[in-house]
Design a protein around this ligand. Structure first.
Ligand code: GAR
Length: 219
């Protein structure tokens, strides 16, 4: 079984979706640990309640990004993960960290990348007058929120939406997307090669699986 670790900073609703999917047999992989950079992250409580190992590595104890990320590699390697899953981990990673885990790191981002890289994605989509928004799962590369896209989900933006109603709608899609993609990786159907995402031996389109054909059912 593939071993995966999850990195969190906050509430951990995506972590919960991954743990629930594991418990239900929808992810054929083993969640070996949850690491938070914030000691007060509620995600840690969720992990403990599920009997998953946790670690806290607070960035406040480190003077620079390089030394923090070196310690982060060491902490994570104690679990010997085949895959790192970023689930609301709100840190920019150094090139050394990204290289160490190249091809075995996934992130979920609350926008239809390449639109709205960075933070405050929901507020920015509303302010721009967009009528469609969503979430993206992608491989992590050195370009912030810029790695190869695996899968996206779209949601409508309604005139009465505010940041929190839209965030909630996007999150419910994130909870569907992430377990599916993590399972693909654990089943060795998904990989990154030559800067591209591949599924079942086929390179994925620039906007990910099924982006050219909305009628394709997810399997
Ligand atoms: C999610 O919306 C995730 O996409 C976003 O943080 C939220 C975490 O929620 N991630 C980023 O913005 C990364 N740049 P959660 O803690 O409830 O899973």
């Amino acid at each position: 079984m593939m071993r995966f670790a999850v990195l969190v900073s906050g509430n951990g609703s995506n972590l919960q979706a991954l743990m629930d999917a594991c418990a239900a047999g929808r992810i054929q992989g083993e969640l070996v640990g949850v690491l938070s950079n914030r000691p007060d992250a509620f995600a840690l409580e969720r992990a403990k309640a599920a009997g998953i190992a946790t670690q806290v590595l607070s960035n406040q104890a480190f003077s620079d990004r390089d030394s923090y990320d070196a310690a982060l590699i060491q902490a994570l390697e104690t679990w010997q993960p085949d895959l790192l899953v970023m689930a609301g981990f709100m840190r920019i990673l150094t090139p050394a960290f990204v290289q160490h885990f190249a091809g075995r790191m996934l992130n979920i981002h609350p926008s239809l990348l390449p639109k709205y890289q960075g933070v405050k994605t929901h507020a920015r989509a509303i302010a721009a007058g967009d009528t469609v928004h969503g979430a993206t799962v992608h491989f992590v590369t050195e370009e912030l929120d810029g790695g190869p896209i695996v899968l996206q989900a779209r949601v409508p933006i309604f005139p009465e939406d505010d940041e929190s109603s839209l965030a909630e709608r996007v999150l419910s899609q994130e909870h569907q997307l992430y377990p599916l993609v993590v399972n693909w990786f654990c089943q060795q159907r998904l990989r990154m090669q030559d800067g591209q995402a591949w599924l079942d031996g086929q390179p994925l389109p620039a906007l990910g699986y099924a982006s050219d054909d909305e009628d394709l059912a997810l399997s």
